[in-house]
Ligand binder design. Structure first.
Ligand code: HEM
Length: 351
């Protein structure tokens, strides 16, 4: 597989020519970040699985299926009886524990070996802090008996942990040339960031719809209570309607992002193909998400649609976060100007 440059901050690679050479020449197995990046990717995937499992626990009312902690029916019971609710709650705890341990390992590893790489260190510290806040919030959610605001905050925090891990994966990836402010084109990166922000708001509002048990405040589609703009008489209706309007806004925003990405690629033919591929992935997932959202209404918020709805929301989020981060990194002039650099980018993108 192609070469790999292992970080923008490497002092011995300060000259652009050396950096480009390193991208092409460094064999993958000599990349000191290779194993670290692998653990970061596994942790990111596990945290996405954890989000879906959390949704499954809530949607099936399995939260109290294991009365003790950390074991299920006694402190040391780590292989409880084969029963769906019990195993959903138990595996949620196991995966949460594994994600926590993996983040702790990444933190120790980053401090020991990669503390000179600012992006890597910052992302790992942020993930470690946020995952602890998340655990505390989780406990509070149970103590306050699923208070809607706390459920929403818990979901938002989960998305921030996912974003930190995505940032870590990107930071631990290939290096970056020194930006040249006069030639950088940050248009796509900024658009992508705005769309990602809109997605975050939509996820929080969706979480609040669930927390308020407002999923069926209106059951018809595309109208709400027979009207395009229904008369809002309660908080539940307000959040439900907001969630629908934000969904339409997100559809338009992601469509615009795809068009913006296509224009960016036309203007910068050497830019990596991921600058268009990631927005397209996000658009596809948003279309699927609208379908599942409508399914939520017609299934009476069955777990069969509620769990995929939450999972797909987290995938849209991670794809948009990755797209934004890559768009910022790829906006450097070297990516557009240097043929050899572009070739190495292509190799890395296709890995
Ligand atoms: C297009 C982007 C959308 C995103 C990112 C999104 C995201 C979310 C999220 C994160 C939740 C909370 C899920 C949970 O905590 O388990 C949620 C709930 C919900 N969403 Fe969406 N949603 C979208 C579109 C839609 C659409 C178009 C509809 C309906 C037409 C819809 C209907 C619902 C309903 C009914 C709930 C509440 C489910 C429950 O009561 O458990 N969503 N959404």
């Amino acid at each position: 597989m192609g070469g790999h440059y292992t970080g923008g901050a490497a002092p011995h690679l300060a000259s652009p020519s050396l950096r480009d050479k390193a991208i092409v020449d460094t064999p993958d197995h000599r990349d000191p970040l290779r194993r670290f990046r692998w653990l970061a990717v596994v942790t990111l995937v596990a945290s996405l699985a954890l989000v879906a499992l959390g949704g499954a626990v809530r949607a099936t009312d399995s939260g109290l299926a294991c009365p003790t902690w950390p074991g299920c029916f006694s402190a040391g019971d780590f292989v409880p009886a084969l029963q769906l609710n019990v195993w959903l709650e138990h595996s949620h705890r196991l995966v949460a524990g594994a994600v926590g341990l993996a983040i702790a390992a990444l933190l120790v590893w980053a401090i020991a070996r990669f503390r000179h790489q600012r992006g890597v260190l910052l992302a790992t510290v942020a993930a470690a802090v946020l995952v602890n806040v998340q655990a505390a919030l989780g406990a509070l959610v149970v103590l306050r008996l699923l208070q809607a605001e706390l459920v929403t905050a818990h979901l938002g925090m989960a998305m921030l942990v996912v974003a930190c891990l995505a940032y870590l994966v990107v930071s631990a990836g290939r290096g970056q040339a020194q930006p040249d402010a006069s030639r950088r084109d940050l248009g796509l990166a900024r658009t992508s960031m705005l769309v990602t922000g809109l997605c975050f708001v939509q996820i929080l509002v969706g979480g609040h719809v669930t927390g308020l048990a407002a999923g069926l405040a209106y059951t018809d589609f595309p109208l709400m209570g027979g009207a395009v703009f229904p008369e809002i008489t309660s908080e539940r209706e307000a959040f439900h309607a907001a969630h629908r309007f934000l969904a339409y806004a997100l559809v338009l925003a992601v469509a615009y992002l795809c068009a913006r990405a296509a224009r960016y690629r036309r203007e910068h033919p050497a830019a990596p193909s991921r600058s268009v591929r990631l927005p397209l992935w996000a658009a596809g997932l948003v279309v699927i998400q609208v379908g599942i959202g409508v399914g939520n209404l017609y299934s009476g918020t069955s777990w069969l649609t509620v769990i995929p709805h939450l999972a797909v929301a987290s995938w849209i989020w991670v794809v948009l976060v990755l797209g934004t981060m890559h768009a910022y990194r790829d906006a450097e002039p070297a990516a557009a100007a240097s043929g050899s650099r572009d070739e190495s980018d292509r190799q890395l993108v296709n890995r």
